[in-house]
Ligand binder design. Structure first.
Ligand code: SF4
Length: 483
């Protein structure tokens, strides 16, 4: 490496997977696994990459190793553009960057001895053979804490931790400068995790290695990383030095992740930020800020515009409108903005007990009344489709959508009451499989409100809890079959 040039530079990395359907494999959509990821790793540095399952962190690792071809973007290793390399050149370059995979059992061929597994890269690259190869394999095994004399054993003869050490030995065989560790300790017991993590730290100091350490576990990443990048739905939303990130997280998603880490102190009460709902599908990411469907501080602007990644201070990058580095005391200003946005959220949230009469289905009084009930299977399917559409794929026109869906539900409940003289005890009595929606737990709509149906004597309620956990909702309905 020359000068201060980073060892690895990733600029605007994009990886989309086509989704096909039909006899002719027509493309019907794209999974946007990675969407414009940029970072760099310096020599001897460990960068942690964290995020929920499905956020694209493993795809980043595989794409920068060129195990997957990127859709767009640039990956430069020690000044060399990896996309520009031919297959032969890439094979030679791969000596410098290797990967350790999550599951040590499935990443080691059970039919090969450890000698063959660890020695294979040396043989493929023509670096050693015969007694020299045997000696090098033994040396590598000793380096990761496994007796060299065990080299003729098979993977199943080792424990999980030992198998991961063998994976590390294989990655070290070619003398790499960068190792991508993809959930390298996630499959191990906690005590074994610590051993393997300490091994990786020791090897970094001894061999001057750099790591990209991919994990969903922030505590593990904190232990090994110099800097941490937090990913959400294909994008890096915050990147900072480890201590900075843990001491003063800025992005609401980072704050929520950190609040979920258990505090080993019974006298200290941690304030848990509970995010509502699931990560949206990467096939249909929400417009504007990708996190806006779950953000406790969401503002109107966040639903329309994508926040840019801005450097708020030396090396601390945040993708959120709350962070404004141009403010004099930007941290205080950001905290103030967040408090205001959260207060506005709470003020917008429906008040407890604000349920509305069944017939209105949450529509304001000056709106047209709900038309007469339609019955029959077709109506049921259409109504269910509307609800599923709003719950799963339709991120906009919130209130009109919710009112329409609930109007359909109200009509069906009335029709049921008129026909049977009573209310359903179970939702599937309605005959249109609503139980799948409302009895499989509390379904969450695209705006983070959790919905619940309850039979109450002669009446019922259909209620929601907003993302702040408060009950009630302008879209709630309640009533009885006689109402
Ligand atoms: Fe939340 Fe808006 Fe910031 Fe996105 S840009 S994280 S929605 S406050």
């Amino acid at each position: 490496m020359s000068g201060d040039r980073p060892l690895l530079e990733v600029q605007g990395l994009v990886k989309h997977y086509a989704v096909t359907a039909g006899v002719f494999s027509r493309e019907v959509g794209k999974v946007r696994a990675v969407d414009g990821v940029s970072f760099e790793i310096r020599a001897g540095e460990t960068l942690g990459l964290v995020g929920e399952s499905g956020c694209g962190k493993t795809t980043v690792g595989r794409t920068l190793m060129r195990l997957e071809e990127p859709t767009a973007g640039r990956v430069t290793f020690d000044g060399q553009d990896l996309q520009a390399l031919s297959r032969t050149e890439l094979r030679a370059a791969r000596r410098d960057f290797q990967m350790v995979f999550q599951d040590p059992m499935s990443s080691l061929n059970p039919r090969m001895t450890v000698r063959d597994i660890v020695g294979e890269p040396l043989a493929v690259h023509g670096l050693a053979k015969g007694p020299a190869l045997e000696a090098r394999v033994s040396e590598l095994l000793e380096k990761v804490g496994i007796p060299g004399a065990w080299r003729n054993r098979y993977p199943h003869e080792f424990s999980g931790g030992q198998r991961q050490r063998i994976g590390v030995a294989r990655a070290l065989a070619l003398g790499p400068r960068l190792i991508v560790c993809d959930e390298a300790v996630s499959a191990l017991d906690v005590s074994v995790q610590a051993q393997v993590l300490n091994l990786l730290i020791d090897l970094r100091a001894e061999l001057g290695l750099s790591y990209l350490f991919i994990s969903h576990d922030l505590s593990v990443v904190r232990h090994v990383s110099d800097r941490i990048a937090v990913m959400y739905l294909g994008q890096i939303v915050e990147l900072a030095a480890t201590e900075t990130l843990f001491r003063e997280p800025v992005h609401p998603y980072t704050r929520a992740l950190l609040s979920a880490i258990p505090v080993p102190n019974p006298t200290r009460r941690s304030e848990r930020i509970v995010l509502q709902g699931d990560v949206p599908s990467p096939m249909a990411p929400p417009p504007g800020c990708r996190f806006h469907t779950r953000c406790p501080a969401v503002m109107e602007r966040c639903r329309r515009e994508m926040p840019p990644a801005v450097e708020v201070e030396g090396g601390h990058v945040v993708r959120c409108f709350l962070a404004d580095p141009s403010a004099a005391d930007w941290r205080a200003a950001t905290d103030q903005r967040r408090r205001e946005a959260e207060a506005a959220q709470v003020a917008r949230a429906p008040k407890p007990g604000s349920s509305m009469p069944l017939r209105s289905s949450g529509a304001p009084e000056d709106e047209a009344p709900v038309p007469p009930a339609l019955t029959g299977g077709l109506t049921a399917v259409l109504a269910l489709g509307l609800i599923l559409l709003a719950i799963v794929v339709w991120p906009g026109t919130r209130h009109a959508q919710a009112r329409d869906q609930l109007a359909g539900l109200s009509r069906e409940l009335h029709a049921f009451a008129e026909t049977t003289g009573g209310l359903p005890t179970a939702l599937d009595e309605l005959g249109w499989r609503l139980h799948e929606v409302f009895e499989g737990g509390q379904p969450t709509d695209p705006w983070g409100a959790a919905w619940q149906y309850e039979r109450q004597g002669e009446g019922f309620s259909l209620s929601s809890r907003g993302p702040d956990g408060r009950p009630g909702g302008g879209d709630d309905v309640a009533g009885s079959h006689g109402s």
